[in-house]
Design a protein. Structure first.
Length: 313
């Protein structure tokens, strides 16, 4: 058996058992992929894939176990390659961060600016998506780390660590009646059209849950993945915006006012996720430390070894 066979099996699974697409992704021929997989099955003495005619349909029961081993082996091989590159060039390389719009726009800039001062030769890329998408990018090694509030803590093969806590705020025009209230209630908010995040983003689940527990049906007139979009439509008078507190700056957002509503929706935790077992170059640790003062290299290494349960805010 060899690494080429392992890569063919992994890519076949990633391409949902379409060997033609797997071959394209690996820049080889479909017959070559099929032949290599069959030879591996013959050597192991079991079928890795269940087939219908000549078509691969799924993993067999032993195939699932074999696939998990293949994933671990290829991860270790990739780590060996990165170790060599790391020691050859400690201060240069690539760093890819997968994150949501809110994090990229409001939380990352200061950390990125400091990182570029320290590592000017590192090529930094930022990929945006919803929380599920950014988690998948790390799982499939398209990104080194993911930053988001939801979803990334749910993946068993990712190590998810807390960066910081935040609460929601309501944003309104300067003359809005909510500004006269000493403490806004859910009933108060329900009197107005609401503009907030799409269901996959920035604590939206907590907003929905809070209203549901009170049996209140809010009038959500617009959903967006972008805090700037929410603020734009609030300025146009379409409703009250509910967004992450980190996305509001009194100086920058002069045409709006912020109303605290954290007491209604609770705390949210932005997290950073890394792939379990991945080898991290030294500057990746630095980036995580810049994102959160509570995360040190020692804590990150302990978490990657499976000792991360106690590192919660």
């Amino acid at each position: 058996m060899n690494l080429h066979q392992f890569r063919f099996v992994r890519e076949a699974v990633r391409q949902k058992f379409n060997l033609t697409e797997a071959a394209k992704a690996l820049f080889t021929s479909q017959p070559g992929v099929s032949k290599a997989i069959i030879e591996l099955e013959e050597e192991l003495g079991v079928d890795i894939f269940a087939r219908h005619g000549k078509r691969v349909r799924n993993l067999t029961e032993p195939g699932r176990i074999i696939f998990e081993s293949i994933e671990r082996i290829l991860l270790e091989v990739d780590s060996l390659k990165r170790i060599g590159k790391d020691y050859a060039a400690q201060d240069q390389g690539n760093l890819t961060i997968a994150t949501t719009h809110t994090q990229a726009r409001y939380s990352l800039p200061l950390a990125v600016a400091e990182f570029k001062k320290r590592f000017p030769k590192v090529r930094l890329s930022i990929l945006q998506g919803n929380p599920t998408q950014v988690a998948e990018m790390v799982r499939h090694e398209q990104a080194d780390l993911a930053i988001a509030t939801e979803a990334i803590a749910e993946y068993k093969d990712l190590v998810s660590l807390p960066c910081y806590q935040w609460q929601h705020i309501a944003v309104v025009p300067p003359d809005h009646p909510l500004l006269q209230s000493s403490s806004v209630s859910l009933d108060d908010l329900a009197q107005y059209p609401l503009i907030t995040y799409d269901a996959a983003f920035a604590g939206r689940a907590k907003i929905d849950q809070a209203f549901a527990l009170r049996h209140i049906q809010p009038d959500v007139v617009l959903e967006a993945i972008d805090a700037d979009v929410i603020k734009t439509y609030v300025e146009l008078g379409l409703g009250v915006g509910l967004l992450a507190s980190v996305a509001f700056d009194a100086e920058r957002d002069r045409n709006l006012r912020a109303v605290p509503v954290g007491h209604l929706f609770g705390n949210n935790v932005t997290r950073v996720a890394l792939k379990q077992g991945a080898y991290l170059r030294s500057y990746v640790y630095t980036m995580v430390e810049l994102l959160s003062p509570i995360l040190t290299r020692k804590l990150i290494e302990q978490a990657l070894r499976g000792e991360h349960e106690m590192y919660e805010l």
